[in-house]
Design a binder for this molecule. Structure first.
Ligand SMILES: NC(=O)C1=CN([C@@H]2O[C@H](COP(=O)(O)OP(=O)(O)OC[C@H]3O[C@@H](n4cnc5c(N)ncnc54)[C@H](OP(=O)(O)O)[C@@H]3O)[C@@H](O)[C@H]2O)C=CC1
Ligand SMILES: O=C(O)CCC(=O)C(=O)O
Ligand SMILES: [Mg+2]
Length: 473
């Protein structure tokens, strides 16, 4: 079955039922060490996870790690350009749950991202990146503890599908010609627009099914959160990209109000309902005026549309959502992407789950991680219906590679997400506690040490892992 790797002789595989993992006490879990600082981070992570599992379950549960290869390490073993060998894909498919360090992607030319390829191959459509604050972590923000969000990033489409043509390539030029001469003129709303003849071209597909399965998972996750965090914000740049990003928003609302009608209320619905709660006699027109501040300046047709929206909401959900019942439902709202970048800084406590398309989520997860202490504190999970791969938000940080210096926190916390996904909450809690205590004691790596006031002597990557373990208690 395998060419150059041998699975552990003990342990069994994780299986899936209805999209959920069924985990034995001794699962075999493939891991990819990763390029660059992966060489430092992975041993530190494995040490912490194994010690936590041993302490929590006293030998009754244990992970059998299965080393598989990707990136530079894979080329060393399998030969030149063998960045993602079939062995690795076979192992992840067979064992279902895996964890990885970061992998290098060259800019401009060269191979396409191995990280993205893994997500696409295994259809890991939800990239889940929680950003929460650990007390004592230095941050450029005054109140970083107010940010407690989970970026739910669509992980398989958008421009990450990687369908693009280089400037000057034969097919790229043909495509521009067809668009300029045929397709754009045939679309009246595009007027006389033309694509510059010396452009590179990329395609941005956003599908209804892809958007809705992501939002479905985000809403299901919101249902598990404490009441005050039960909110899903659809993040988009739909004012500019109407049929991709705008459609993502519309499909998100459609899913929330069709599939989760009893559990969800949209922000606009909540305004309509609360207007009537405050003034039971309010006319649909006055209600419409209050939800749309520019109402009086609108055309008759637009006004009629909003009045109709008010009437429809009151007729369809007043009984189930009115009289304040909506306050116990999941709030689904939307924000324009550029605005959400400032909102998570200026009004962080107003947000919980941020459902995004691929590119926006990539940007937003780095930005949110920065608020709570930087990329060393940004874990992540790529989740599908029959597979999950856990990995940090950050990349290979090559300038720090091999120095036993980098912060392993993000991969360790990705391991925590994996333990929680497996239902091994006791071990996950030990790691979270140990990490929280280490940081609270200013036992931190260089990235956090340099921000502390006064600065402290940094721990090495491996020493930070040991400090976490010491604080298991
Ligand atoms: N999923 C993946 O595997 C990902 C892979 N990549 C790839 O990684 C490579 C390098 O990307 P790059 O743009 O440099 O981004 P990186 O995320 O690798 O690093 C950028 C900077 O972020 C800080 N940083 C990153 N990781 C940590 C950490 N664990 N602890 C503390 N600080 C950290 C460092 O800042 P400072 O030096 O200031 O301390 C580092 O120089 C590229 O090839 C890219 O494509 C990128 C993102 C994700
Ligand atoms: O794959 C890469 O090189 C970058 C991916 C990335 O930035 C991310 O997933 O956050
Ligand atoms: Mg990124």
């Amino acid at each position: 079955m395998y060419d150059k790797i041998i699975p552990p002789t003990t342990g069994t595989k994780i299986t899936f039922k209805n999209g959920e993992p069924i985990v034995p006490d001794n699962p075999i879990i493939p891991f990819i060490r990763g390029d660059g600082t992966g060489i430092d981070i992975w041993p530190a992570t494995q040490n912490v996870l194994d010690t936590a599992v041993a302490k929590a379950y006293k030998g009754q549960r244990q992970i059998s790690w299965f080393k598989v290869y990707a990136g530079d390490e894979a080329c060393d073993l399998y030969g030149t350009y063998q960045y993602l060998p079939q062995d690795t894909l076979t192992a992840i498919k067979e064992y279902g749950v895996a964890i990885k360090g970061p992998l290098t992607t060259p800019v401009g030319g060269g191979i396409r991202s191995l990280n993205v390829a893994l997500r696409q191959i295994f259809d890991l459509y939800a990239c889940v990146r929680p950003c929460r604050y650990y007390a004592g972590t230095p941050s450029p923000h005054k109140n970083p503890e107010k940010l407690d969000v989970i970026v739910y990033r669509e992980n398989t489409e958008d421009i990450y599908l990687g369908i693009e043509w280089k400037q000057g390539s034969e097919i790229g030029d043909r495509l521009i010609k067809i668009l300029n001469e045929d397709l754009i003129p045939a679309t009246p709303e595009h007027g006389k627009k033309q694509i510059p003849l010396d452009a590179g071209i990329g395609i941005k597909p956003i599908s209804k099914s892809g958007s809705q399965r992501l939002v479905r998972r985000a809403i299901k996750h919101a249902l598990q959160l404490p009441k005050h965090k039960q909110q899903v914000t659809l993040v988009h740049k739909g004012n500019i990209m109407k049929y991709t990003e705008g459609a993502f928003r519309d499909w998100g609302y459609e899913l929330a109000t069709m599939e989760f009608r009893q559990q969800c209320v949209t922000e606009r619905e909540s305004w309509i309902l609360s207007n009537k709660e405050k003034n039971p006699e309010i006319s649909p027109e006055d209600n419409a005026r209050q939800i749309d501040p520019g109402y009086d300046a609108l055309t008759q047709q637009k006004k009629a549309q909003i009045v109709k929206e008010v009437e429809t909401v009151l007729n369809s959900i007043w009984d189930s959502h009115g009289n304040g019942q909506w306050k116990d439902k999941i709030m689904v709202n939307d924000r324009i992407a550029d605005s959400i970048f400032q909102q998570i800084q200026t009004r962080p406590d107003e947000y919980s789950i941020l459902a995004t398309m691929n590119l926006n989520g990539d940007y937003l997860s780095d930005a949110a991680a920065a608020i709570v202490g930087g990329l060393g504190m940004g874990p992540g999970a790529n989740i599908g219906d029959a597979c999950a791969i856990f990995e940090a938000t950050h990349g290979t940080a090559p300038k720090h590679a091999g120095l036993d210096k980098i912060n392993p926190g993000s991969v360790i916390l990705s391991g925590v997400m994996m333990l929680e996904y497996m239902g091994w909450q006791e071990a996950a809690d030990l790691v979270k506690h140990g990490l929280g205590q280490a940081i609270a004691n200013s036992q931190v790596t260089y990235d956090l040490a340099r921000l502390l006031e006064p600065p402290v002597e940094p721990l090495k990557c491996s020493e930070f892992a040991e400090a976490i373990i010491q604080h298991f208690g």
